[in-house]
Write a protein that binds this ligand. Structure first.
Ligand code: HEM
Length: 226
């Protein structure tokens, strides 16, 4: 039974590779207010249009600290490569851990109180660590969503906070050392290549994990408004 004849939950289109399916599922989970392709109804404040957000510096710092724990964890998992496929994703240029470390250092030097991670980050980091040891397909779903979320929604959030709470300071978190669209394309190609070896069941498990990655990351985004 070929995958072409039996599209999975991702509404798979022929010949475009698995990434097309991952993106399709992810875009539908956005609210209409977040992205043109979104299909969910906005309920919670962080699901509204970013333009309408009322971010606080305190909340934004909490977000950065928790996001850093998540990126630290993702990057450790890739580095350790409990499954050989993880090693494909090393040195992608999308890594955020060091960038966030520099941003947090900048805030400390300015005299801002930077606390430790809290429940949203700790819970997600723990989940990722456990998942990565037992289900690479499901783990790679989180890996994809969290890195691509920062490249898309992250840019919108960056504009908002830079203007409204950071006195026009542009954070390293949203900067990349090479052309971002190139880095993303290389990552898409790698994800497609790794997924070529997956069964339809593997692919479906990966796609079905998307909702969890949205839930976990949304809880971290919500901190910006706390
Ligand atoms: C893509 C906005 C949250 C994962 C996008 C796009 C927009 C967007 C506008 C389309 C970019 C394009 O292709 O032109 C937002 C906003 C968010 C948010 C405003 C919340 C404030 C999330 C979350 C996740 C996520 C929580 C998952 C953890 C993705 C992924 C893509 C995407 C995987 C596809 C990127 C690509 O194809 O290059 N987002 N997003 N987003 N978003 Fe979000």
């Amino acid at each position: 039974v070929s995958a072409e004849k039996h599209p999975g939950p991702g509404g798979e289109s022929k010949g475009k590779g698995f990434l097309e399916e991952m993106r399709f599922v992810a875009m539908k989970l956005h609210t209409r207010e977040q992205a043109a392709e979104g299909e969910m109804e906005a309920k919670a404040p962080e699901e509204q249009r970013v333009e309408k957000w009322e971010p606080t510096l305190d909340g934004y710092l909490k977000f950065l600290v928790n996001a850093k724990l998540v990126y630290d964890t993702l990057e450790e998992i890739i580095e350790e490569a409990a499954f050989p496929s993880y090693a494909e994703f090393r040195n992608s240029g999308l890594e955020r851990s060091e960038k966030l470390a520099r941003d947090l250092e900048w805030f400390r030097e300015k005299g801002c109180a930077v606390g430790g991670p809290s429940a949203p980050g700790v819970t997600y980091a723990h989940y990722l660590k456990q998942l990565s040891d037992k289900d690479p397909q499901a783990f790679i779903c989180h890996f994809y969503n969290v890195y691509f979320a920062n490249s898309a929604g992250g840019r919108i959030i960056s504009k908002k906070v830079t203007r409204e709470i950071l006195d026009n300071k542009e954070l390293e978190f949203y900067k990349y050392d090479a052309d971002l669209s190139q880095l993303l394309q290389t990552m898409r190609d790698k994800l497609n290549k790794v997924a070529e070896n997956w069964s339809r069941d593997d692919k479906n498990r990966c796609l079905e994990e998307t909702q969890k990655s949205f839930q976990f990351y949304r809880n971290i985004l919500r901190l910006i408004l706390s």
